[in-house]
Design a protein around this ligand. Structure first.
Ligand SMILES: NC(=O)c1ccc[n+]([C@@H]2O[C@H](COP(=O)([O-])OP(=O)(O)OC[C@H]3O[C@@H](n4cnc5c(N)ncnc54)[C@H](OP(=O)(O)O)[C@@H]3O)[C@@H](O)[C@H]2O)c1
Length: 262
């Protein structure tokens, strides 16, 4: 399928590894020029070189801490300067820990909130005006099924994801008239470093073994396995494309059939 986005320009937060990196690879495969953002400049630069090799889209690393408002402003300015303009924003950087309400202190709540909720809000707000004036844009929020399905053991991440589900549809209403489409993707467990860290946190919180947690996670999915980052990136890339021109405000589960709700 020709996605119709060759030569477009994308900013992907958290693009040095995991789901964000897979999104950068998939978009660069389509000939999209990409800026990837993360804190660890060395890992980010290495990822940019690897992603760009044998792909048509250019890949530029811009390091920054997206919990910090001033860094978001600088990152957006550097991305615009590298790309010329930002047509596509993939909001993806997030890091809320596992834990029940008594496990998570105020600082951890605030840090998780600053990165995923305020990071997504600040990046969206910074790019949507220019997208709207050009009458073309795509914002895809990588959210998480915990936003729809509260669980005691993932209370901070679930609460932040619930807010982003809401914001996604609110922005879709606001930006739709200018052909700036805003959608969300909800992965279930996905094989990334973040997932490995969450498994380690679950081991500490529950006393279960890694094998037990991994087996239960796979068994909870009708497809019998957790997701690969590419499974999520394929949907993100489609939503970024011209082909998705009538999809706006959608909250799409990429979870192998875990979520069953009408
Ligand atoms: N993996 C899952 O099972 C799963 C399931 C549902 C939803 N999600 C969501 O999917 C998104 C990506 O998850 P992932 O598993 O791919 O995560 P990951 O492997 O931990 O990658 C996170 C990326 O974000 C960057 N990042 C973290 N903190 C940052 C900060 N303060 N400023 C800028 N960049 C930062 C990281 O680089 P640096 O550390 O160098 O900054 C890295 O590039 C998250 O929003 C997560 O909640 C994941």
């Amino acid at each position: 399928m020709e996605l119709g986005i060759t030569g477009r320009n994308a900013l992907i937060t958290g693009g040095s590894q995991g789901i964000g990196r897979a999104c950068a690879e998939a978009l660069a495969d389509e000939g999209v020029n990409v800026v990837i953002v993360a804190r660890d400049a060395e890992r980010l630069a290495a990822a940019a070189t690897e992603i760009a090799s044998n792909r048509t889209g250019r890949v530029t690393p811009v390091s920054g801490d997206l919990t910090v408002a001033a860094d978001v402003e600088r990152v957006i300015a550097e991305a615009e300067s590298a790309l010329g303009q930002i047509d596509i924003l993939v909001n993806n950087a997030g890091s809320a820990p596992m834990g029940m309400i008594g496990d998570i202190d105020d600082e951890t709540w605030q840090a998780s909130f600053d990165l995923k909720l305020m990071g997504y809000v600040r990046c969206s707000r910074a790019v949507m005006g220019a997208m709207r004036s050009r009458k073309w844009g795509r914002i895809v929020n990588v959210i998480g099924r915990g936003g729809h399905f509260p669980t005691a053991k993932y209370i901070a991440g679930g609460a932040i994801n619930a807010a982003i589900l809401n914001i996604t549809q609110a922005l879709a209403e606001e930006c739709g008239p200018d052909n700036v489409l805003v959608n969300g993707v909800n992965p279930a467990a996905t094989a990334t470093d973040r997932w490995s860290a969450l498994v380690q946190q679950q081991i500490k919180l529950t006393g279960k073994t890694e094998e037990e947690i991994m087996a239960a996670s796979a068994a909870s999915v009708p497809l019998g396995r957790i997701a690969e980052p590419e499974d999520v990136a394929n949907m993100v890339t489609y939503l970024c494309s011209e082909k998705a021109c009538f999809i706006n405000g959608a909250l799409i589960e990429v979870d192998g059939g875990v979520s069953r709700a009408l």
